[in-house]
Design a protein. Structure first.
Lengths: 140, 1010
């Protein structure tokens, strides 16, 4: 069996992180093809249900990308995302998911390298963690 | 040389210099409906802004808030997107003919040698280019080729060839697959017609080589602050981690030397560069965050953080970050041969020499005028000041010496970003007034009616763009097409070469007709790149542009997984599947609009309020000016002369006359604000006049409620008549008070009611006022000895020259610390001030016939007003802006602005700029017949709404309200910015967002997971 390739679902905000991900491309930063980007207007628009569904459906990790504190284009969306995730992590633990499968990261439009590094590191971490156990349930 | 036809006319504006000020002017005038040409001499627009990663005092970026229509991308990109702005990069002005109102400007467009339309940024040419030189961006720390991208996000987003270093070997031409390079490209001449010209030439950093004693250019580890800014930027090669230039080792102990090329007549720079204290402090803080354990020492003369909230920032740098500030003069900087460390000898305030070793030294270089400015100014007939910056009248800060030519930003002298943004806006206001009435706005493009798409079953056309063969290098298009065929509701798939070019756009257009497509998916580059041409094409044929979906298989796939073609293709397939899934579910969006109430309400009739009213009225809007007193003027009534020598009383009379005579301004005296309501698209304010209540409807609100001098509580003020404030002294000097003639010794104490516990901010203007009054006092009474007891002398910018003059005239400046405040004693009926003089190391006692307290500035009590208008106050009681850096006068809510002393302590000149600027921001809003709503609006499914009101709490824009009768939430469409935060807040799924509704996002998520 070939090496386990994690699948990450990423919710990126329109203004900062999505643009940062584009910059990673323009500057040819290489990172593993593990990530599937869903484009939203704001990290504050990431519903907990999206994160839960992604994990239940078998995604190995979920990345939420938003503007740095103070830079949210909608004033406070990133703070809302941060609080929401803090609560969600408790629920994830209760449900038996490792909370480390979900990562919230502030990446600005000028941080292409940081985006690439984040995906690389997250992919490696998930490799160590192993596949999302839910996947086996679906395949059973 | 090719000669083009003249473009632009008397109603358009030409902005020269696309830095922060220029971009701000351009964006505002464009929003006001003007055709704007934005000319830049460099190959990319943006000025110094792209170099900055984090800015003070927030240590965030925040520059995206600069656009008059938030939320927005960074201004560089917004200028590129704006329909009314035409960029003229890599161009120079050759000749200006005509006069104000009707200029004809000949410009030369320098050859890029690369066609931006065809360049796909594949960078094949960069690999083969044999010439390597220093990259200008970031002060030459990095290298670039002769063909290069100025910096990664550069707009225009295309490579350029530097003709000075290119050897014309032709390798790049051979390597370029799309054939975008033409080494025989010639410069083109063009003529631009414009009614007004706005200058944003900006500044250049002082050449550190000129201060050879600091070793820049000789010692490897001596850097300029420009280089250090680049080094600590997250986009630098070390990702912002500060390393030594000589050996790449981690920096551990660094020094900043302040005032390099500032306050230094020996190198022709007698002015203070205003912002170096702050930018260096910021750099030190960021560097310390990036490299823990870094030791930072500052060598400085005076620390000058005199902007809004800057004092707190400086205090934080000392207390939280442990940055050490040493008041000193540098004696020498020497390099140690083996370690390449630097050995600094410095003279402390108490006259003692000390030495220290550092591993790197950063020189905080000052501002100089642009190099070739004399020629350019000469060509336009523009007057420059002594320092070589643009000469302006104190009370007409946006007006140059030539009618019809306006100026803003650092070309007027060193200033920070907030001031630059204010002045860029101010120049736009002045230009708009000059150009008014808005004769012909650029003809709005007429588009055909849209077909009734959206209701029928989706018929999706997928176009996969290989970007001039580029994507084929890492993706198998064959597999993608095969896979796409299996997706539901896809009826047409086609490979295209460059979807952004007219040929392919025409092809897509043809296919839409042929196959009756009602949804389009473009798989190729990021939507940021291709959206504009695609939407233009769609609108042109009556196809709703919101039915186009984009799969980003270039920036977010092919470019970043170059060596993994199989996995990259698999990922691209998923991305296309997700986009198709989205396309199946999206609905056409027809943006609604709200009628604009073309009236402004200005609260406060001081200099800022009157200026704002006049600029708004001159743009053609009605203005209601509310004043609580019986007459106009505010603080200006008690101001009699300025440091620069202008007469505020004539300004006062002039403003009052103009306000009273302007037919569109309705002043209300002795009037209070008692109520305020937000309606969809406009505001309704209730006022109480002496003769009754009235309701005013208006589209914009400008608060200019002013401030006042702090009433001192110490130094015997109010107890001894000889203890007065600077304003009282100013009046006495103006009235030629007899008592002043007897004065043999006057003592001034600075920072009374500033920089202390009760007022923990710097009042900015008191040092200037003290110097002004000291000079005047000396002028009237030569024999008087004047002492100024100060903590830091903050005569920033060109005010520094007056400080210099004051010292030359024998005015004595003695420094004191907050811990060792001066003490005032009354002995035998005589006042005396005792203060510890650090230079002498002992206390001195000064006789004081008059003791003048430089009392700070505080805002009027705005707590009630803030509550009524639903705006925030900062802890010091000043109004709080949406972003201190790039939206300094805007409230978070659309259509509310601040200016003058209620915003921050200001000189008259600054208040005028702010008044102008707030009128420009308001004018940009009022200029439209109707405010177009955002595309991705939130909406409420009433059936599901339980009226809990969570969405109302969550909305950052106040765009949600609870309908008390129905107990249902409502959306005010004109205020909704489409962030989607309310969608998440709703527990019933009643709150949804157009084309981002939960069901749609979940379906896309399904498609994302294999």
């Amino acid at each position: 069996m070939s090496e386990f390739e994690p699948r990450i679902v990423a919710f990126l905000c329109h203004w900062c992180t999505y643009t940062g991900a584009d910059l990673a491309g323009t500057t040819r930063q290489q990172y593993p093809p593990s990530i599937r980007v869903i484009h939203l207007m704001c990290s504050g628009a990431v519903d907990s249900i999206y994160v839960l569904k992604a994990l239940i459906d078998g995604a190995d990790g979920v990345l939420i990308g938003g503007c740095h504190p103070g830079d949210c284009h909608y004033q406070t969306g990133n703070y809302k995302a941060r609080r929401r995730l803090a609560i969600l992590k408790g629920i994830l633990n209760q449900m038996g998911f490792t909370e480390d499968r979900v990562l919230l990261k502030w990446i600005s439009a000028s941080e292409g390298k940081l985006f690439a590094d984040t995906v690389t590191k997250m992919t490696n971490d998930l490799k160590k963690m192993g596949p999302n156990p839910m996947k086996q349930l679906w395949n059973a | 040389m090719a000669q083009g036809k003249m473009r632009g006319d008397k109603s358009s504006a030409l902005v020269i210099g696309a830095g922060i000020a220029g971009m701000q002017s351009a964006l505002l005038l464009a929003e006001m409906g003007r055709k704007v040409f934005l000319l830049e001499q460099g190959p990319a627009i943006g000025g110094y802004f792209p170099l900055l990663d984090k800015t003070f005092p927030t240590n965030s970026c925040g520059v995206c808030f600069m656009s008059p229509t938030p939320p927005a991308f960074c201004p560089i990109y917004e200028c590129h997107l704006h329909d009314n702005i035409e960029l003229l990069p890599y161009s120079e002005v050759k000749k200006v003919e005509g006069t104000g109102g009707d200029f004809r400007v000949s410009i030369v467009r320098k050859p890029r040698f690369v066609d931006p339309k065809r360049c796909t940024l594949c960078e094949a040419c960069i690999k083969v280019c044999p010439v390597e030189v220093e990259r200008e961006f970031g002060g030459g720390l990095e290298k670039r080729k002769a063909i290069y991208l100025p910096y990664p996000q550069a707009i225009p987003h295309s490579l350029v060839i530097d003709p000075r270093t290119c050897t014309r070997c032709g390798e790049c031409v051979k390597a370029c697959a799309p054939g975008a390079i033409d080494l025989d490209m010639k410069e083109e001449e063009e003529e631009i017609g414009a009614g007004a010209i706005l200058l944003g030439f900006g500044f250049e950093p002082f050449l550190a080589q000129k201060k050879g004693e600091y070793g820049f250019g000789r010692y490897e580890n001596v850097l300029t602050s420009v280089q250090f800014e680049r080094l600590i930027s997250t986009s630098s090669p070390t990702q912002g981690f500060p390393v030594r230039v000589s050996d790449g080792k981690k920096m551990e102990k660094i020094a900043f030397i302040q005032c390099v090329g500032s306050r230094d007549p020996s190198c022709g720079q007698d002015h203070c560069s205003t912002i170096c204290c702050m930018y260096a402090t910021k750099q030190a803080m960021i560097a310390k965050e990036r490299a823990s354990g870094l030791n930072v020492t500052f060598f400085y003369m005076d620390i000058r953080p005199m902007g809004k909230d800057y004092e707190r920032y400086y205090e934080r740098a000392k207390s939280e970050y442990g940055i050490e500030y040493i008041r000193s003069a540098i004696s020498s900087v020497k390099e140690l041969q083996q370690t390449k460390n630097l050995f600094i000898t410095y003279l402390k305030e108490d006259g003692i020499f000390e030495e220290r070793e550092f591993d790197s030294v950063i020189l905080s270089v000052g501002f100089t005028p642009p190099q070739n400015i004399k020629d350019i100014a000469g060509g336009m007939g523009l007057l420059l000041n002594q320092q070589g910056f643009c000469q302006t009248d104190e009370f007409h800060p946006a007006q140059t010496s030539v009618e019809g030519i306006f100026v803003g930003g650092a070309f007027r002298g060193p200033r920070d970003i907030p001031e630059t943004v204010v002045e860029g806006s101010s120049a736009a206001a002045a230009a708009a007034s000059f150009l008014a009435p808005n004769a012909s706005s650029p003809s709005r493009k007429e588009y055909p009616m849209e077909g009734a798409l959206g209701e029928e079953i989706p018929k999706i056309g997928v176009f996969i763009c290989h970007c001039g063969e580029e994507l084929k290098k890492s993706l198998s298009l064959f597999d993608l097409i095969l896979g796409t065929k299996l997706l539901r509701e896809v009826v047409h798939i086609e490979e295209v070469g460059l979807a952004c070019l007219p040929e392919d756009l025409d092809l897509i257009k043809k296919r839409i007709g042929e196959h009756g497509l009602n949804r389009i998916v473009i798989a190729g580059c990021s939507h940021r790149e291709i959206r504009k041409p695609m939407e233009e094409m769609a609108k042109g044929m009556g196809f709703n542009p919101y039915l186009i979906e984009y799969a980003n298989i270039r920036e977010q796939c092919a470019f970043v997984h170059r060596d993994l073609p199989e996995l990259a293709t698999e990922k691209a397939m998923v991305l296309i599947r997700m986009a198709v899934e989205r396309a199946r579910r999206i609905q056409p969006i027809r943006k609604g609009s709200q009628k604009v109430e073309k009236r402004g309400l200005v609260v406060g009739g001081g200099v800022a309020g009157m200026t704002a009213s006049l600029r708004l009225a001159e743009q053609g809007y009605e203005v209601c000016l509310i004043e609580k007193e019986r007459e106009l003027g505010g603080n200006l009534r008690d101001s009699f002369y300025t440091l620069r020598g202008s007469n505020p009383q004539s300004l006062l009379q002039d403003l009052i006359q103009k306000v009273k005579n302007h037919p569109s301004i309705r002043p209300y005296f002795e009037t209070e604000i008692i109520g305020f309501e937000k309606r969809n698209g406009h505001y309704k304010t209730k006022i109480l006049r002496p003769d009754g209540e009235e309701s005013l409807e208006h589209g914009a609100l400008i608060l200019a409620t002013g401030g006042r001098e702090v009433v001192p509580k110490e130094y015997l003020y109010g107890k001894d008549p000889r203890v007065i404030t600077q304003r009282q002294l100013e009046k006495m000097i103006h009235l030629k008070d007899e008592g002043l003639k007897e004065v043999r010794s006057a003592v001034m104490i600075q920072c009374v009611g500033s920089r202390d516990e009760e007022h923990p901010y710097c009042s900015r203007i008191c040092c200037g006022h003290a110097v002004k009054n000291a000079l005047k006092l000396k002028e009237q009474n030569h024999s008087a000895q004047v002492y100024v007891l100060y903590r830091d002398v903050r005569t920033y910018g060109f005010y520094e020259t007056y400080y210099h003059e004051a010292r030359g005239k024998g005015i004595v400046f003695i420094r004191y610390d907050l811990e060792k405040k001066p003490e005032v004693a009354l002995e035998n009926g005589r006042l005396s001030v005792s203060v510890f003089d650090p230079a002498m190391g002992s206390r001195v006692s000064l006789p004081a016939d008059r003791l003048i307290l430089s009392a700070g500035v505080e805002p009027n009590d705005n707590r009630d007003l803030a509550k009524i208008f639903d705006v925030d106050l900062n802890p010091d009681g000043f109004f709080m802006e949406a972003n201190p850096k790039s939206a300094p006068l805007d409230s978070v809510d659309r259509g509310k602005f601040f200016c003058g002393l209620c915003h921050s302590p200001n000189f008259i000149e600054d208040s005028i700029s702010q008044g102008n600027a707030s009128a420009a921001r308001a004018g940009a809003l009022l200029s439209k017949e109707a405010v177009e709503e955002k595309a991705y609006l939130a909406n409420v499914i009433k059936r599901l709404c339980c009226g809990c009101g969570l969405c109302v709490t969550v909305c950052p824009y106040g765009a949600r309200a609870l309908n008390e009768e129905e107990v249902k939430a409502e959306v005010m469409e004109s205020l909704c910015q489409g962030c989607g935060n309310c969608v998440v807040a709703c527990r019933n799924g009643a709150s949804q967002q157009r084309n981002f509704d939960k069901a749609l996002n979940l379906a896309v998520l399904d498609a994302a997971i294999d």
